[in-house]
Design a protein around this ligand. Structure first.
Ligand code: ATP
Ligand code: MG
Length: 623
């Protein structure tokens, strides 16, 4: 709404924003009315001038969980509405009775809210279900039949496919193409009444079998499907095809800018044809919505197709949709990623018309940039080795103070106990230091961060020669923050936790789901690789063909899974972390950003997931 807070992305420009700017400047929507709910021309005519300057929509099919690609679309559509005094409709595109479930509806609602968006505007919610429009879609189909723009075809699926033609050859007319409208209407009614079997006939738009655009060669618009729908039950046994349903959904909802991914570009002529026919018949309000296409998000080191994500879950390559390795919103949330990080990502990658690949490091860097500003710092020893301070009195305890955030003194400090036995990282001790190693080795002096300066005096080993403990002596007058403590000049500064006080805890170190940028592709193709369009899963019946094509150039993408993507360790954490709240995020100093897992944590016993390391070390030695 126009009176909302100043948009945080008012500075962004992209080709879609340019289109919106031009439309508003030309007052293209001056006559738009809003009937208070989605509906036909009559409803909107009886309404008020539309209070929304623009209307966009986010229209997922509830057949899976939202992934990072959807996040791009969510940020784009809801962001536009927010910035232009409009409203973005949350619409479930649930016109396909199969594969759709309430579980997915709920998870999508939660994911969009989690990303920071909502659909309350002008005092009303804008959450819609395409299945609520089945009645209108049916009526619109009847109109197309009676106006000579649609017919019932009784060819088999194979002959329909064969007569569609190719890119270089025109299609051939169906023998049923010129049957009388009243005959088509009667058959259409019989279809609805359940008198015919699945696949025995379809309703087709009557456009042009010679069109260079195959999508205009009399596309099927209604089919018979004796299937239970998750919302309408068995009220219908005919269902609209996606390409027919989607434009109508947009028009009933008075969408101004219908933004979709590039693979729908070839559908735009049909989108316009259909809406123009229905507007001519007085069924739809003007001005009609317009479709604009943008490049989908292609992200390296993951897969972003529902089909593949479903396979990962069903075949148990991951622990579920919310596995922190998954590129789903629920997975990202458990991973410790933030909504702000996603919105920053959407801004940084922008919106364009050219397909390209975004490297995973861009997303990771957005998460770091967001978390760095607000995650409190804590100490965690991930690979613990005992350190004994030989000259520190048994049973004695000192209290050290550590800042919660180095750049934000207002976040305060916390106490950490220092005792004779500590845990340090095993990597922070070596017997024989390589060049440039400033941490512990016999004879060397380091500062135990926020604590004392210690000098290494030796180490214990077991029979196999493994280091079991490191011995040091401390300088009692070197405590951080006390007068004179800075007279000690040391090059090494290592972290530690008191062994007696440490919170021993499970920590999961997550990494990228795949080992290679383009799972399943020969890796040198990476730079040039385009996205094999993942067709909308509903009903474009080229699906089989597309997937076969993918398989030809691919080896098995599952072979590229990263076996190191999840490592579970037992770590020693500073005692304050025992009280971390579910979903509280921290920087573990020197290690990265971690979150208290809200699924597996118990009160007073959180477990932690690594969101991202401190630096982008992927692919580099020791990464
Ligand atoms: P998938 O291609 O993964 O199967 P989908 O397109 O079938 O996803 P929908 O539920 O139809 O999933 O998608 C809802 C919206 O999200 C659509 O408007 C679609 O354009 C958009 N979307 C899906 N994937 C991406 C992506 N990778 N990048 C940007 N937008 C996307
Ligand atoms: Mg799709």
């Amino acid at each position: 709404m126009s009176d909302r807070n100043a948009p945080d992305s008012a500075h962004i420009t992209n080709f879609i924003r340019n289109i919106v700017d031009a439309d508003l400047a030309a007052d293209r929507f001056a006559t738009r009315r809003w009937g208070g709910a989605p509906g036909d021309a009559a409803l909107h005519a009886a309404g008020v001038p539309d209070p929304a300057k623009i209307r966009t929509r986010f229209p997922p099919e509830p057949n899976g969980y939202l992934h990072f690609g959807h996040a791009k679309s969510v940020c784009l559509n809801f962001g536009l509405a927010r910035d232009y005094g409009g409203v973005c409709h949350m619409r479930f595109d649930d016109t396909n009775p199969e594969k759709e479930e309430q579980e997915y509806v709920d998870s999508i609602i939660n994911a969009v809210k989690w990303l920071g968006f909502g659909w309350e505007a002008f005092g009303q919610p804008h959450l819609f279900y395409a299945s609520d429009y089945f009645g209108f879609m049916y009526r619109a189909a009847e109109y197309l039949i009676t106006s000579g723009n649609a017919y019932i075809d009784q060819q088999s699926a194979e002959s329909m496919r064969a007569s569609r033609g190719t890119l270089t050859e025109r299609g051939t007319d169906s023998p049923w193409r010129n049957r009388p409208a009243d005959e088509s209407l009667r058959l259409f009614h019989e279809m609805r009444d359940g008198k015919h079997a699945d696949g025995s006939m379809v309703l087709r738009a009557k456009i042009d079998m010679g069109s260079p655009n195959i999508n205009m060669r009399d596309p099927a618009i209604y089919r018979i499907k004796h299937a239970e729908h998750h919302r309408t039950g068995d009220a219908w046994c005919v269902y609209p095809m996606y390409t027919y349903a989607h434009p109508i959904e947009d028009a009933l909802e008075q969408i101004t800018h219908s933004i979709c991914t590039l693979e729908f570009e070839d559908q735009r002529p049909f989108y316009d044809w259909l809406l123009e026919r229905l507007a001519e018949g007085g069924l739809l309000a003007q001005p009609l919505p317009r479709q604009y296409e943008f490049a989908r998000l292609n992200l390296t080191y993951v897969v972003l197709s529902k089909r593949k994500l479903i396979q990962l879950v069903e075949e148990k390559y991951v622990d579920g949709w919310d596995d922190p390795r998954m590129p789903t919103i629920v997975g990202a949330r458990r991973r410790g990623f933030t909504p702000e990080g996603f919105r920053l990502f959407a801004e940084r990658i922008g919106v364009s018309k050219a397909d390209s690949w975004i490297d995973m490091s861009v997303l990771e860097e957005c998460m770091r940039d967001d978390l760095n500003g607000r995650a409190q710092r804590r100490i965690a020893v991930l690979n613990p080795l005992k350190l004994v301070i030989d000259n520190f009195p048994q049973g004695h305890q000192e209290t050290c103070r550590a800042p919660n955030h180095p750049q934000k003194p207002e976040l305060g400090q916390r106490d950490i106990p220092f005792t004779r036995e500590l845990w340090i990282e095993a990597e922070d001790f070596v017997e024989t230091p390589p060049k440039g190693y400033f941490r512990l080795y016999p004879g060397n002096t380091v500062r135990l961060r926020y604590g004392f300066v210690v000098k290494c005096v030796g180490a214990d080993k077991d029979a196999a020669g493994n280091i079991t403990a490191v011995h040091c002596e401390y300088m009692p007058d070197s405590k951080s923050g006390t007068p004179g403590s800075d007279t000690y000049k040391v090059k090494g500064n290592i972290h530690w936790v008191s062994a007696q006080h440490a919170y021993r805890c499970e920590v999961r170190l997550y990494d990228r789901l795949f080992r290679v940028p383009n799972p399943g592709k020969r890796q040198q193709e990476h730079a040039a690789a385009g996205h094999a369009p993942d067709h909308h899963s509903t009903d474009l019946d080229e699906s089989g063909k597309l997937h076969q094509h993918e398989e030809k150039i691919e080896h098995d993408w599952l072979d590229d899974l990263n076996p190191q993507a999840k490592q579970t360790i037992v770590a020693q954490l500073e005692p304050a972390l025992k009280h971390a709240q579910p979903e509280e995020r921290f920087q573990f100093e020197r290690h990265g950003y971690f979150v208290a897992d809200h699924v597996d944590s118990r009160a007073g016993a959180p477990v932690f997931n690594r969101a991202v390391t401190l630096k982008d070390s992927w692919g580099k030695a020791g990464g």
